[in-house]
Write a new protein. Structure first.
Ligand SMILES: Cc1cc2nc3c(=O)[nH]c(=O)nc-3n(C[C@H](O)[C@H](O)[C@H](O)COP(=O)(O)OP(=O)(O)OC[C@H]3O[C@@H](n4cnc5c(N)ncnc54)[C@H](O)[C@@H]3O)c2cc1C
Length: 453
């Protein structure tokens, strides 16, 4: 009987476990988590913070799921790994030997970069317990300062403001989420932020947190300005949790380098989700995706191949990384990001380089070739941006207009030949949404024709 050990009870770990159980009915499957919950939706912690759902509602797998699938879920931290002799040491002193291991430990927030950052009240936002503790803090707090440009920072600002706490939102650059949004898209979100009464400050960074007898009382900015507050939320990026691999002969860049089977350079060690750096066919580079759907797809592929390896067979499933996809609600505005829409030649996006915010992909930082062109249109609170390369859509970003999200995702993912439309798309102006809808109809008709001979 084989023993599969999965470190991580998130989207990647649990997706792998489901596939392993389907393919190996007799196996022992152990899942480790250093959080005291069955699997929950990690993006869902934002909805807990803003009061839209109670914590129980983001639980994605009930205890009965683990029983039915005979998954031995243990709430204990892995503290050591010997990838050569194939065992893991746990914080409770247990040593667990394994046949095949999955590292699916996720990612954690980058620590605050300013001085005096150890004060109580300076928080990051990674876990359900972080949302719970923050809700308690918000009951007593009068003002909060949030720093960061990405999705977690926006969700922190929105959630804390919803709890009735006066909220200041600091941006290092001159627009929101510069790695993803252009100036016009940032303006649309900015309008909503102001509408919610949040104080938005551009070109501001914290120099130090201020305390009075050890208690957080505010922040001093690099500009010299001071803001009084009892909470400082820091969401300036995340890094994969790779501490267990210290000293192990595992190939790592920003994440664990895995091949198309999710296998690392050590055949019995796989990685998936936020920890894995996966080959991307569009940019022809190994990329990190800090994205929920990527974690699920990678976990499934890893699970499939772990069974092959455990039974002495070569891994049989080639995983092809899809184009990055994120659908999120930013201050009430629906946003969908598909494929490649940003370019690291964009000067405003550069200050963020070097780390990834949650809901992001490394793919977004790859430089564009000279053959890439974009078209963009905005109508009130809606906007649409598409990026084309040699007759194919390679990316799209939509605010509002959600009926176009699935068509655009299909056109990008399937690299549909749109050469005949490229010129029209790039010059469509305000008719761009209608043109995309029209193209989608034509593509659908062609697909029907092909299906029915
Ligand atoms: C606030 C927020 C908003 C987000 N928004 C989006 C979004 O809009 N769109 C999107 O696609 N993605 C979003 N994400 C990112 C998404 O949640 C992650 O990409 C996804 O959860 C990654 O899954 P994973 O399985 O790799 O890791 P995780 O879900 O992080 O799971 C890691 C697991 O490893 C366990 N673990 C870690 N270290 C150890 C150890 N040493 N021993 C034992 N167990 C350990 C943890 O307990 C946990 O169970 C968001 C995340 C957050 C926090």
């Amino acid at each position: 009987m084989k023993h599969y050990l999965l470190i991580g009870n998130g989207a990647a770990g649990v997706s792998a476990a489901e596939v392993i159980r389907k393919r190996d009915a007799a196996a022992t499957i152990t899942i480790l988590s250093d959080e005291p919950y069955p699997m929950y939706s990690r993006p869902g912690i934002a909805y807990v913070l803003n009061g839209q759902v109670p914590p129980e509602q983001i639980i994605a797998r009930r205890p009965s799921f683990y029983q039915q699938h005979r998954l031995d879920l243990r709430f204990v931290r892995a503290v050591g790994l010997d990838a050569t002799r194939q065992y893991v040491d746990l914080a409770d002193g247990t040593r667990l030997p394994y046949d095949v291991l999955l590292l699916a430990t996720g990612a954690s927030a980058t620590p605050p970069p300013f001085t005096n950052s150890q004060l109580d009240g300076i928080i990051t936002f990674d876990k359900l317990d972080d949302a719970r503790q923050l809700l308690t803090r918000c009951r007593r707090a009068r003002a909060a300062v949030i720093v960061g440009g990405g999705i977690t920072a926006m969700e922190l600002a929105e959630g804390i403001a919803h709890q009735g706490v006066k909220t200041h939102f600091l941006q290092r650059g001159g627009r929101l989420w510069p790695r993803l949004l252009n100036q016009n898209e940032s303006d649309i979100i900015e309008r909503q932020i102001k509408h919610e009464g949040i104080h938005l400050h551009y070109h501001q960074e914290i120099e130090t947190a201020l305390d009075k007898r050890g208690k957080l009382v505010g922040v001093k900015l690099k500009s010299g300005q001071q803001i009084a507050c009892d909470i400082v939320g820091v969401a300036i990026g995340v890094k994969p949790n790779l501490g267990l691999l210290k000293g192990a002969p595992v190939q790592i860049q920003q994440g664990v380098l895995v091949g198309p089977t999710m296998q690392s350079n050590i055949p019995t060690l796989f990685a998936a989700g936020d920890t894995a750096q996966v080959y991307d066919r569009w940019t022809q580079a190994h990329c990190l995706d800090v994205l929920w759907p990527s974690a699920i797809a990678e976990g499934r592929a890893a699970g499939h191949n772990m069974v092959d390896v455990a039974h002495g067979r070569p891994p049989s499933r080639q995983y092809e990384k899809g184009s990055p996809f994120n659908a999120a609600l930013l201050f009430g505005v629906h946003m969908t990001a598909i494929g490649r829409i940003s370019d690291n030649q964009d000067k405003e996006a550069l200050p963020e380089a070097g780390y990834l915010s949650r809901g992001s992909s490394h793919v977004w930082t790859a430089p564009f070739a000279a053959t890439v062109h974009s078209a963009w249109d905005r109508q009130g609170p809606h906007s649409i941006r598409v990026t084309m390369d040699r007759g194919r859509l390679i990316g799209a970003l939509i605010l509002g207009y959600q009926e176009l999200a699935d068509p655009l995702r299909y056109l990008v993912e399937h690299e549909v030949d749109l050469a005949a439309y490229q010129q029209n798309i790039l010059t469509a102006g305000p008719t761009l949404p209608q043109l995309i809808a029209h193209i989608w109809k034509q593509v659908g008709q062609n697909m029907d024709r092909e299906k029915h001979g």
